[in-house]
Design a protein around this ligand. Structure first.
Ligand SMILES: Cc1cc2nc3c(=O)[nH]c(=O)nc-3n(C[C@H](O)[C@H](O)[C@H](O)COP(=O)(O)OP(=O)(O)OC[C@H]3O[C@@H](n4cnc5c(N)ncnc54)[C@H](O)[C@@H]3O)c2cc1C
Length: 402
């Protein structure tokens, strides 16, 4: 089925000519290349190989360059173009969730190197991430520290010429297939968030073990990692000691809006599927789409999608202008992921029993969307961010008036 291209959105003033070209090109690439690997895209057993192959394909085609900052290191530009990353993720998600995941993780897993790496670190890792020959992962979450990031407990002990890592990370995307992990560990310069540092850990580091592979409702590579006396050269520290928490938040700041863009892509696909089914399903002597209740449902889906798109590209545009986007990115992620869940649920309803049949597109989307409301800051965390930001700005205005 042809996917309804959001051509009118590309006319919005948030975009420049290069973004319009990029959106058209990635859509054409998906149509040409993803059908050939469709058997790999949804296989629970073949998810590792599917992901590796997608990373290779995306790298060869040049799409991974957009998640890297610095032309010298294989990036498309010197800064990460948030609108480009969002358009890529939206379009890939519309076609295949695993293809979006493969692209997103290369950016998230190497983002801290783009932001804080030394020249040598950038040279060693970023070109390989950009051309798809090295797979990246971002390891922040632990069994006892998810939303409460500052509570992380994995330690990095200073041992003369090395740091020694002990502890666990869990729910790590690309865990098991990554070539390196960006690991956030407690180095203890200060309590809480100010005592965390970041490290680049190669997957073959002695003492690092894939302790458990984790299966979730929408299959993709995911693992729990154990560190037992994993010894790292001091050159593996990323950024300054004690600056790891800030670096993790800066990385998430870039990619949070792109999670919203992926949700938008899933929602667009669900609407396209719903329109197709409603227009072709006959019942009560007419088509499903003739029924006013169906039209209302479709209208609500379109409203949710357009409002999410406006929030996503407002946040992406603002970030590309160098503006602070704490509130805007949080609003985009909150609204786009929650809205996509509702849109997809409505599409399942329109498809009736076929909508819950394993392997149908809307059933796949129903599983794909769920985790986006949890990772990179659960919805409740985004709500807190928005609320606190509003109150802080209100207090600043009041203070200025008094
Ligand atoms: C598919 C998937 C992929 C992931 N990939 C990665 C990865 O690559 N790297 C990585 O480091 N982590 C990854 N994660 C982990 C993810 O970031 C965490 O799951 C997330 O931060 C939430 O942490 P938690 O699961 O421990 O939930 P908890 O922190 O225990 O929170 C549980 C629930 O409490 C609610 N909540 C949280 N905070 C508040 C609050 N302040 N007020 C009220 N309610 C609240 C939310 O509903 C939340 O879902 C992934 C998770 C999933 C599901």
């Amino acid at each position: 089925m042809a996917i309804d291209a959001p051509s009118s959105m590309l006319d919005w003033p948030f975009f420049e000519a290069r973004h319009r070209t990029l959106a058209t090109d990635i859509d054409a690439w998906c149509n040409e290349h993803l059908p050939a690997v469709s058997s790999l895209l949804h296989e629970r057993d073949g998810v590792d190989e599917g992901c590796r192959q997608l990373v290779r394909m995306l790298g060869e085609a040049g799409w991974l360059r957009y998640g890297i900052g610095g032309r010298t290191y294989g990036g498309d530009g010197d800064e990460i173009d948030t609108r480009a990353v969002c358009l890529l993720r939206e379009t890939l998600a519309e076609h295949a969730g695993l293809a979006d995941f493969a692209l997103a993780m290369q950016g998230l897993g190497s983002g801290a190197i783009t932001l804080a790496g030394t020249q040598a670190q950038k040279q060693r890792y970023l070109p390989a991430v950009a051309n798809g020959t090295a797979i990246a992962a971002f390891a922040l979450t632990e069994p006892e520290s998810g939303s409460d990031v500052a509570a992380l407990a994995l330690t990095a002990h200073d041992d003369g010429d090395a740091y020694v890592l002990d502890g666990e990370k869990t729910w790590i995307s690309n865990g098991g297939i990554a070539d390196f992990y960006i690991v956030f560990a407690r180095t203890g310069e200060a309590p809480g968030a100010r005592g965390i540092s970041a490290f680049i850990v190669d997957a073959d580091t002695p003492g690092l073990k894939i302790a458990e592979r984790l299966e979730v409702i929408a299959p993709h590579p995911l693992a729990r990692l154990e560190f037992a006396g994993a010894r790292l050269s001091k050159r593996c520290m990323l950024g300054a000691p004690g600056e790891g928490f800030k670096l993790a938040m800066r990385t998430l700041d870039i990619f949070r809006t792109s999670v919203a863009a992926a949700a938008l892509g899933f929602a667009r696909r669900a609407l396209a599927e719903a329109l197709h089914r409603a227009s072709t399903r006959h019942l009560f002597g007419q088509t499903l789409s003739d029924l006013p209740l169906t039209q209302t449902k479709l209208a609500q889906m379109a409203l949710t999608i357009d409002s999410a798109a406006l929030l996503v590209y407002r946040a992406a545009w603002m970030r590309d202008q160098g503006k602070r986007v704490t509130r805007e990115a949080a609003m985009a992620k909150w609204h786009a992921t929650e809205g996509a869940q509702q849109v997809i649920d409505a599409a399942v309803q329109i498809w009736g029993a076929q909508g819950v049949r394993s392997g149908t597109t809307v059933e796949t989307l129903y599983r794909e969307i769920r985790a986006l409301r949890i990772y990179e800051g659960a919805t409740e965390v985004q709500q807190l961010i928005v609320g606190r930001d509003l109150l802080a700005q209100h207090a600043a205005r009041e203070g200025a008036v008094r």
